[in-house]
Ligand binder design. Structure first.
Ligand code: PMP
Length: 407
């Protein structure tokens, strides 16, 4: 008798090579070290350390009391779609109809729906690298082929129009762009977008997925702009992706939204209807308040993130062997560690890759950061500065000491 009832388990081929996010794995190792009593500082998380604003929480409680506890319209309540439409017009200068809006359980589900609804086996999706790691695996799960095109550091890690044009083939279905970017914090100005939009106009089969989830987190004089605003012709083949997770510190509520042509939105609704149905009724009511309610909290938090950004950038650039460009937005810096590759730790381990450097920082110096290689560009590492300033200062001092100890 075969004693192991799981011996017949076999994951589907579509999961080949796809694992749980490596960022989560680093977080798990950091948590384990903490349980062992080590004072690990985690600069790996992709979420604001702030709490959801009180008015938003109150709206959720009121919604529960008022009985908003049942299924809602499949891809968003009328109230939430209206709030999204008003937001897109007010802040982005874009007009959409309710049939052109979809709401999912986080921006992540919106992206997943779009890829599942449009990709056939072998269709290609161009992803501007370094990229949020999930993009490539979400394309693969949908049967597509991710085609990463790396931006150069000299160009602020932005996608080069010539590189984009060369990567387009008859099978290209989407270009995925994320501004401000996870992991680099780089953002595209109108002038940065122009040459890319011109390439897209020459290739009508390529759609644009514009992930604008970090739009409210821009620093200095930088103002985020939506590419569809710059090129109205693209609006007919573009999906704008956004959500309340990052702007309003609502990662756990799981509300994201998309805006695009009605046929695409309808196809995405089919995917959602046969997977999760509507996003949480309570969370949708909270998101209405986030979008329609007072917006002052955004500016306050932006100012706080800007101070942290300045602190981290200055500290990193003072460490010989490391450097980073000041990011325009989001809450990440993407720093080069090329200057420490090839050096040895006090224990005699040679640092050959950015992953080696990050392991050294975590295991020997109690700071968790994420290697650039998992975002598609090495040797770099990503720091998330969504952490209190005092902790950031301690972490930067530790990184400095760690580099100084190398031979
Ligand atoms: N896009 C980018 C670029 C992100 O970094 C994230 C979150 N890490 C998401 C989308 C997903 O956001 P949500 O929590 O709304 O699913």
């Amino acid at each position: 008798m075969n004693a192991d009832p799981l011996s017949s388990f076999r994951p589907a081929r579509r999961l080949d090579g796809i694992g749980v996010s490596e960022i989560l794995a680093i977080g798990a190792r950091a948590a384990q070290l903490r349980r062992e009593g080590r004072p690990v500082i985690v600069l790996g998380a992709g979420e604001p350390d702030f709490d959801t604003p009180e008015n938003v929480k109150d709206a959720a409680v009121a919604a529960i009391r008022a009985g908003a506890t049942k299924y809602t319209a499949l891809d968003g309540t009328a109230e939430l779609k209206a709030a999204i439409i008003a937001k897109l017009e007010r802040e982005n200068g874009l007009r959409y109809e309710p049939a052109e809006i979809t709401v999912g359980a986080g921006a992540k589900q919106v992206i997943h729906n779009a890829l599942m609804a449009t990709l056939d086996e072998g269709d290609e999706v161009i992803i501007a690298a370094p990229y949020w790691t999930s993009y490539a695996d979400m394309v693969r799960i949908a049967g597509g082929v991710p085609v990463a095109v790396a931006g150069r550091e000299e160009n602020g890690f932005r996608l080069d129009a010539g590189d984009l044009e060369r990567a387009i083939t008859p099978r290209t279905r989407w270009l995925m762009l994320n501004s401000p970017s996870n992991p680099t914090g780089a953002a595209y100005s109108a002038a940065d977008y122009r040459p890319l939009l011109d390439v897209l106009l020459r290739h009508p089969q390529v759609w644009l997925m514009s992930d604008e989830i970090y739009e409210h987190l821009c620093y200095g004089n930088f103002v985020a702009v939506s590419p569809m605003r710059l090129e109205p012709a693209l609006r007919e083949r573009a999906l704008l992706v956004n959500g309340v997770s990052k702007s309003f510190a609502m990662t756990g509520w799981r509300i994201g939204y998309g805006a695009g042509p009605a046929p695409l939105i309808r196809a995405m609704a089919v995917v959602q209807s046969q997977s999760t149905s509507n996003p949480s009724s309570v969370s949708q009511a909270a998101a209405v308040e986030a979008l329609n309610g007072p917006q002052e909290v955004l500016a306050e938090r932006r100012a706080s993130f800007a101070r942290r950004r300045d602190l981290v950038v200055a500290a990193l650039n003072a460490i010989p062997g490391l450097h980073c460009r000041p990011p325009e937005g989001a809450f990440y810096t993407f720093a080069s560690c090329a200057g420490v590759i090839g050096r040895s730790t006090p224990a005699g381990t040679v640092l050959r890759t950015d992953a080696d450097f990050c392991r050294y920082l975590l295991e020997e110096h109690d700071v968790a950061v994420v290697p650039g290689s998992i975002f598609g560009l090495a040797p770099y590492f990503r720091i998330s500065y969504a952490t209190a300033e005092a902790e950031l200062r301690t972490a930067m001092a530790r990184i400095s000491a760690a580099v100084e100890a190398l031979r």
